[in-house]
Design a protein around this ligand. Structure first.
Ligand SMILES: [Zn+2]
Length: 488
């Protein structure tokens, strides 16, 4: 039971798959719904809380969990942080940079959950969770392609052809203004998981501009016979106004590394509620970063992508990789065939599209279930509204061992002594990105202030505020040739 706890804790518990419920902080309704009550002693005193609890309930103060991560002032706040920052990855001689979430959230959550699990076990509890993947999968793989730029139809066709053996786990996000006249590409996309990447390849500060841009790309895809259910923002950028646009259009998921990467999905915290749109993190290192850093050797990029697959396979995580065809993967398709071969050899990998993965995770998030002790080392597990659509499994931790038990119906009795435990994989630390030196250039500051981009045709730029009008005027000076009204 969560009582007066910050949203970061609930977000992490739901990713972890721990059954939890939030008690109302005013009416206290639901406060006695579970054995362990997590609270923050800076928001309600231990004495006051104890007077509200039933006998047998255990109150656990979570305030100190904020300091679980060295160098992070408040780990619980970091888990719901929205800000991006430049980060560096080192692969051999090559160092690549991308703007991603400024906190490495999976590492924070793992430390947080380790500490909480220790607290629960010390107080006589058990640590039982719904596994993050359906039974019997060990890790998940997705191949994401972002189609951004016009003028490179052949590269895109080559990339799609090279991705043929990954068709069941490929998701393509298409920038519809760039591709609308490429009929051969649309034919090649038939049968794949095809989703919008905006009409123009940008994210605006203005929520109305985002809604308009996203709505146009959704409409175009529907007209072409596709069924949009998700979105990926250009440059991995995210803001609450963008979330609002995605919610308004009824899409169920989005994927932006400004919020997180190499992690399980979550519903971003919006300040007063969790978003309805699921956020699916990917691995943010793509071929473009290598090319930008001056390394165009396909083998280097292949080994960087394979290293994420190796890590995900060992640690039981996701390897959601992404790339771009134009002037890039279309000229080095051997990277894709190597990845396809590697995944084809993997055991118990869930080859999954983003849309199918979102459907699973949204379904998992709705499971309501309880665990009761029924005797010494015996537990009774009960799921409400059993739905056999996916085969879920429970993971039960004991010390550094874990048991995995597929559920075959809405209830089961667990004899903790009779489960087959295996030693947990030691946590491998993937190449965690390092902070990049801050960019203090006035030019960057000015570009942010103007919400600068050069992909929206000038006649379509908004003129609501004087800052909009200034941007439009500068664009007219810089790009006089695009001042004409576009033909479509
Ligand atoms: Zn893009």
């Amino acid at each position: 039971v969560l009582f007066h706890t910050p949203p970061g804790l609930e977000l992490a518990l739901r990713q972890e798959g721990i059954p939890c419920t939030r008690a109302c902080s005013q009416t206290r309704q639901g406060l006695q719904a579970g054995r362990f009550v997590l609270y923050d002693n800076h928001r309600i005193s231990k004495r006051k809380l104890h007077s509200l609890l039933a006998s047998g309930q255990v109150a656990l103060d979570i305030h100190d969990l904020r300091q679980v991560m060295p160098g992070v002032r408040d780990a619980l706040a970091a888990l719901v942080d929205h800000q991006g920052a430049p980060r560096l990855w080192q692969y051999g001689e090559t160092r690549v940079s991308e703007t991603v979430s400024r906190f490495h959230k999976p590492a924070i959550r793992q430390r947080l959950m380790h500490r909480l699990r220790t607290l629960i076990l010390e107080n006589g509890g058990v640590w039982v969770r719904v596994a993050p993947l359906p039974y019997p999968y060990r890790f998940a793989f997705n191949w994401r392609l972002d189609l951004d730029e016009s003028g490179h139809e052949e590269d895109t066709l080559t990339t799609l052809a090279a991705s043929r053996d990954l068709a069941d786990c490929t998701t393509v996000f298409v920038c519809t203004s760039a591709y609308q006249s490429y009929h051969r590409v649309w034919s090649a996309l038939r049968g794949l998981d095809v989703q919008p990447h905006g009409h123009y390849h940008t994210i605006y500060r203005d929520p109305r501009a985002n809604l308009h841009n996203l709505e146009r790309s959704v409409r175009t895809l529907i007209q072409l016979g596709f069924t949009p259910s998700g979105f990926a923002a250009p440059h991995g950028r995210w803001n609450p106004g963008l979330n609002h646009a995605i919610e308004t259009l009824g899409l169920s998921y989005s994927s932006e590394f400004q919020l997180g990467h190499d992690d399980w999905p979550s519903y971003p915290w919006l300040g007063d509620r969790f978003a309805a749109v699921l956020q699916i993190p990917i691995h943010p290192v793509c071929e473009g970063l290598f090319l930008e850093s001056g390394d165009s050797h396909p083998d280097h990029l292949t080994s960087a992508l394979l290293s994420r697959i190796n890590h995900a396979e060992t640690a039981g995580e996701t390897a959601f990789l992404y790339g771009h065809p134009e002037k890039r993967l279309g000229r080095m398709p051997e990277i894709i065939t190597t990845l396809a071969h590697r995944i084809g050899q993997a055991d118990r990998v869930w080859r999954v599209t983003m849309s199918r993965f979102a459907a699973w995770w949204n379904w998992r998030a709705k499971r309501a279930w309880k665990v009761y002790p029924t005797g010494q080392n015996r537990l009774f597990v009960q799921f409400a509204q059993w739905d056999p659509r996916y085969r879920i499994s429970l993971e039960i931790d004991r010390g550094d061992h874990t048991a995995n038990l597929p559920m075959t119906g809405p209830t089961c009795e667990l004899h903790l002594d009779r489960l087959a435990y295996i030693r947990k994989q030691p946590r491998l630390d993937d190449a965690h990105p390092a902070p990049a030196p801050p960019v203090l250039a006035p030019r960057t500051w000015l570009q942010n202030w103007l919400d600068w981009e050069r992909v929206t045709p000038i006649p379509e730029l908004p003129e609501r505020y004087w800052r909009d009008r200034l941007k439009k005027q500068i664009r007219r000076w810089r790009d006089p040739q695009t001042s004409r009204v576009p033909t479509s």
